[in-house]
Write a protein of this length. Structure first.
Lengths: 311, 106
């Protein structure tokens, strides 16, 4: 044990009273035995530190210490009982809070119940035989795109042989969580059971994409359909419908089929059809000849101004 | 058990007003007897601690309940941990070994 009290508080011999107090407070906060239950070393150091401060923190005693009139041993303090001694041995746990592991219930009923029953036996502890809801249980459920947009009922067997009837509302979003009340773990002390929380994963569809309640789809049209316009059949999430392609339709153009999107309890979306012009598999002589003569008299430039915009 | 006056005499720096404030805020919970409150040794040691937290460590009184709450949780958890350890102690060696193995795997 260093006998230089200044060293113990880690201050210079020339330190002001204020600096000494500050140094002491800083160390005391770190080392106070009641804030470090079970740390023997902290207790020893705290004793040294407070003994040093008992002298250096007192103007008169500090002067006498500096003059060599008293030595470090004059700082020995009477034995005192720290709170932790009582707090750790108190049979009735008056101040103990056992709220700190309410979330342990997911570790298994066996131990959870051991802790809960332990509470019942306490006479002074803080939360005795409080009815305690069971834990929520989390599941994942993957459903098809069509099931998500149109809604469905599913009976599924989850890990742990739990059978759940899950009612999927039309228009459920990917990642949305359904809460099935009282389908979780049983409660304690007459508390209600927890809920089952089912997170929904939606498998993507090869044709349809979701954008909120709207459905998007790319629809190829033939060259002559683009030029002349006409009726084409389009798949929607509720079956095929007939749609009119306007004369002179072009790639990227979006046609709206109103009310053909996702219908939820609150709202209905549209289907947005994006046209793409598909060339015939082979360009034959007839088409080539026609285009050559057409281009000679009808040249147009769809890239006009694009170079300027590329800056 | 100690009466209010005895606590004030023993814990230097604690006045009646201060002690009653601690009790009314629930920082200290003495026993209510017929016509007065009585303090256990535990309560007295807790008063000593609160005094030190406030006066020597200069923790603001708004922060004191936070410190106490965390401490109560620490001591509560220490107690539960100890009871788990005692329960393990009483198990056959094979059980203790497999628990130990499982702990080390983590």
């Amino acid at each position: 044990m260093p006998t230089d009290l200044y060293q113990i508080l880690a201050v210079a011999k020339t330190a002001t009273d204020d600096e000494i107090s500050k140094a002491y407070r800083k160390l005391a906060k770190q080392l106070h035995p009641d804030l470090n239950p079970g740390d023997k070393d902290a207790e020893e150091r705290f004793k040294e530190v407070s003994a040093a401060f008992a002298i250096l923190g007192d103007k008169d005693k500090r002067k006498r210490y500096d003059n060599g009139e008293i030595d470090a041993s004059g700082a020995e303090q009477p034995e005192r009982q720290f709170y932790r001694r009582y707090a750790d041995t108190d049979a009735h746990h008056h101040y103990h809070s056992t709220g700190g592991y309410e979330d342990f219930v997911d570790l298994g009923d066996l131990f959870a119940e051991a802790f809960m029953h332990g509470r019942d036996r306490d006479t002074g502890g803080q939360r005795r035989s409080v009815p305690f809801p069971g834990a929520d249980v989390h599941y994942h459920l993957t459903i098809e795109f069509m099931e998500a947009v149109n809604g469905t009922k599913k009976r599924v067997t989850m890990p742990g042989d739990v059978t759940l009837d899950v009612s999927i509302p039309a228009g459920i979003e990917n990642g949305q969580v359904l809460r099935l009340q009282s389908k979780g773990q049983p409660g304690f002390n007459g508390g209600p059971p927890g809920d089952a929380l089912v997170a929904i994963d939606i498998r993507p569809h090869p044709l349809f994409r979701r954008a909120g309640n709207d459905i998007r789809i790319d629809l190829p049209i033939a060259l002559h359909e683009a030029v002349l316009g006409g009726k084409v059949e389009v798949p929607t999430i509720t079956g095929k419908v007939s749609m009119t392609v306007p004369k002179g339709a072009t790639t990227g153009q979006i046609l709206r089929l109103r009310g053909r999107g996702v219908k939820t309890a609150k709202a209905a979306g549209d289907q947005l059809v994006r046209l793409t012009i598909a060339m015939p598999e082979q360009v034959d002589e007839e088409l080539e000849g026609f285009m050559q003569s057409w281009a000679q008299s009808h040249n147009y430039n769809p890239r006009e101004g694009i170079m300027e915009r590329a800056v | 058990m100690l009466r209010e006056k005895e606590v004030i005499d023993r814990v230097t720096g604690v006045t009646q007003v201060r002690l009653r404030a601690w009790v009314s805020q629930g920082w200290v919970t003495p026993v209510q007897s017929e016509n007065e409150v009585l303090f256990r040794e535990l309560d007295v040691a807790r008063c000593e601690l609160i005094k030190e937290i406030e006066d020597e460590l200069q923790v603001e009184s708004e922060t004191v309940p936070l410190v106490l709450s965390l401490l109560d949780q620490v001591y509560g958890l220490r107690r539960e941990l100890r009871s788990v350890m005692h329960a393990l102690e009483r198990q056959p060696d094979s059980v203790r070994q497999s628990v130990l193995k499982s702990l080390l795997q983590k």
